[in-house]
Design a binder for this molecule. Structure first.
Ligand SMILES: [Zn+2]
Length: 435
């Protein structure tokens, strides 16, 4: 019997879910990326696709393969997925998180939607091509990365810095997080294509004062100064800024739903969106959330220094004005230390590849309509975009209307519908054949 991509995608996804690739952000407790990369390698070996595996550190494996296209003068399309997953606490789950169980029409496990589903689709599609002798219209580069879930340093960033040659000629990329459906009604499903990501700035605020005894009158206390700054930042609401992606999103959704969504009153517009309001709420303004505090070493000693971590997320083009605003909120005396920064990315929702996404979806779901969206988090796209690659989040999935998809990301009982997976692999195959 002929093996097709749709027939084996579920088995591949199940196998990947059974490989624990937990990325804790700590080298000693992060596991499995090498094992998963070797699994992918064996599947490529079976059909005769050549690849390279590069480790950024022991076990931090990244795999890249290039499928030569018919017209090698055209820019290549990068298709990428990360192999690592965030930790899962088995006691909170209704199934073991690394068993790859199938029940009620779903495959359950950590990584089922983030993003071993797409990892499996990529593999199933290129294996099918190789078996049948199919040659895509242009070069397709597939990349499996480590470390997406903890800063990308050992994964996509490493590839971009040390193995740029393997990404030579890539003009566009598809990866997470986008391409999934939001059901409006029986005849209409919106598929959100990610065309932009917010930037990230994990920074520390430091206040410096005069150290002293806790029993004295003291008017230069670093803890007090820091606490005031942190409270001011935490309570501040940054102004609404409508980026081109969000404007286009509101226009498209407004048209699709047949409701009036005023782009100039985006808060009201977003509140009308029901379940996807959560997804969109953080994409109309910069945010700054205090996440950690650090000061003092003894109950009766006033420390000379106090520090806080702020998780800041900025809209495309807003990094500088955001910092100016932050400085105004905290005043001139607090020091800012940038711990980890990643710029926002934004690409245009248009062109042949975007058209092909819509066509591939409609061929499998006549009620499909693509809309662009800006994501408040970040992905490997940030690293690949530094090479000038136009990055899209498009890991196609048709979801049952009642499923709270957003809650499954890094969530308990993460699962992917088997039918959605088979749908996804057919859409991906069509897209890549027409890219
Ligand atoms: Zn992910």
């Amino acid at each position: 019997m002929e093996t097709t991509a749709a027939a084996e995608v579920t088995d591949i996804c199940r196998d990947l879910l059974r490989i624990d690739t937990t990325n804790t952000g700590d080298a000693d407790t992060t596991v499995g990326e090498r094992v998963a990369a070797e699994y992918v390698a064996a599947k490529l070996d079976e059909v005769g696709i050549t690849y390279e595996i590069h480790e950024s550190a022991p076990t931090r494996a990244n795999l890249i393969a290039r499928i030569p296209g018919a017209d090698r003068s055209r820019g290549a399309l990068l298709v990428h997925g990360h192999l690592d997953v965030v930790p899962a606490d088995a006691s909170e789950w209704s199934v073991p998180p690394f068993a790859g169980e199938e029940k009620d029409g779903f495959l359950w496990g950590r990584g089922a939607i983030d993003m071993k589903d797409f990892d499996a689709m990529m593999l199933a599609v290129v294996r099918d091509w190789q078996r049948t002798g199919y040659v895509p219209p242009r070069d397709i580069v597939i990349a499996y990365t480590a470390d997406e879930e903890a800063g990308m340093q050992f994964g996509s960033q490493f590839l971009v810095e040390k193995h740029r040659d393997l990404l030579e000629g890539c003009t566009e990329a598809i990866g997470e997080v986008g391409g999934y459906s939001y059901t409006v009604n029986e005849n209409l499903r919106l598929y959100l294509v990610q065309t932009a990501e917010k930037g990230l700035d994990w920074l520390k605020l430091h206040a410096t004062g005069r150290p002293g005894h806790g029993s004295f009158i003291h008017d230069d206390n670093a803890v007090t100064d820091l606490a005031e700054a942190v409270a001011a930042v935490g309570r501040h609401r940054f102004p609404i800024v409508i980026t081109p992606t969000v404007r286009r999103f509101l226009e498209e959704v407004s048209d699709a739903l047949g409701i009036e969504l005023d782009p100039d009153d985006p808060e009201l517009a977003v509140s009308k969106l029901g379940p996807i309001a959560n997804l969109i709420g953080a994409t109309i303004r910069n945010t700054a959330n205090p996440t950690r505090l650090d000061a003092g070493y003894k109950d009766n000693v006033i420390p000379g220094r106090a520090s806080a971590t702020i998780d800041c997320r900025t809209l495309p083009g807003q990094a500088e004005s955001f910092l100016a605003e932050l400085r105004e909120i905290i005043g001139p005396d607090i020091e800012i230390e940038h711990k980890h920064q990643q710029p926002a990315v934004e690409t245009e929702f248009g062109g042949a590849l975007v058209d092909a996404m819509g066509a591939a979806l409609r061929a499998e779901d006549p009620g499909a309509r693509t809309v662009p969206y800006l994501m408040s988090g970040g992905t490997d796209a940030k690293a690949f975009a530094t090479l000038g690659i136009n990055c899209f989040g498009f890991a196609p999935l048709r979801l049952p209307p009642e499923l709270n998809f957003a809650a499954l990301f890094h969530g308990i009982d993460e699962r992917v519908p088997v039918e959605g997976l088979e749908f996804g692999v057919r859409v991906l195959d069509r897209l890549l054949r027409n890219s």
